[in-house]
Design a protein. Structure first.
Ligand SMILES: [Mg+2]
Length: 236
């Protein structure tokens, strides 16, 4: 069977029922977190800056952070079946996350799911030589200041390879990648944003809903999208 559709899947709040980066920052970030998060919510601060500023508030110990993260982990229902479905139809599953990132592989491995994911694009949070947490963004756009991980670039790249892309996400920052998708499965804040912008999407609750989505036709999203990953990033 020829692969002609790919899934681009967000991690926090999508594969997991909760957003681990937000939980870590809001639980361990103290009072300073509130001001940083307010600026993010007001769209004064981009997610890339949010990641670095909040990481500086966390304990400088990735083992402690990882064990704390596992306290909140719950895989959204149907995810294993979804991976089987994707494999059956020979559809790549690409995970793209704009969180701290360091916990993704350990969590997927713990549940025996890591080997079934084709590609993971994520940020890297690590202890630098000064002993503090630093967030590296290896998949950021070369000039755009907004996202730590340019999900739009990953979607466009898959489309250039000939795949129609089913985008699955939940958060406001998913809008940049989602609006390049050929079919968007949205919940929570992403669904609200699709409504606001009049962008077509299907509401989803668990991965059994995703399995039902059929191969979409490839769409030209250059007008409706919010950014140009092959150009200068966010549209002004
Ligand atoms: Mg999310």
């Amino acid at each position: 069977m020829i692969a002609d559709t790919a899934y681009l899947v967000d991690f926090d709040g999508t594969i997991l029922t909760r957003d681990i980066s937000f939980e870590l920052a809001s639980t361990l970030g103290g009072e300073a977190f509130k001001e940083i998060n307010y600026q993010y919510r007001q769209k004064i601060m981009p997610i890339k800056t949010w990641l670095q500023r909040t990481a500086e508030l966390l304990p400088d110990n990735l083992d402690i952070l990882l064990s704390q993260a596992f306290e909140w982990v719950e895989i959204r229902p149907g995810f294993e079946h979804f991976l089987e479905h994707a494999r059956e139809y020979n559809r790549p599953v690409v995970v793209a996350s704009d969180g701290y990132g360091f916990y993704i592989e350990p969590i997927l491995k713990h549940f025996g799911l890591l080997e079934q994911i084709d590609t993971i694009y994520r940020n890297d949070t690590f202890l630098n030589r000064g002993g503090s947490l630093e967030v590296r963004n290896p998949h950021a756009h070369h000039v755009c200041p907004v996202c730590g991980n340019c999900k739009a670039k990953h979607v466009v790249r898959l489309k250039e390879k000939g795949f129609s892309v089913i985008y699955i996400g939940d958060g406001s920052n998913d809008r940049f990648g989602a609006f390049w998708g050929d079919h968007v499965c949205a919940r929570d804040r992403l669904a609200e944003l699709c409504e606001e912008k009049g962008f077509p999407y299907s509401q989803w609750n668990d991965f059994y809903d995703i399995i039902k989505v059929e191969k979409p036709e490839m769409q030209d999203r250059s007008e409706i999208s919010l950014c140009c990953p092959r150009g200068s990033g966010i549209k002004t």
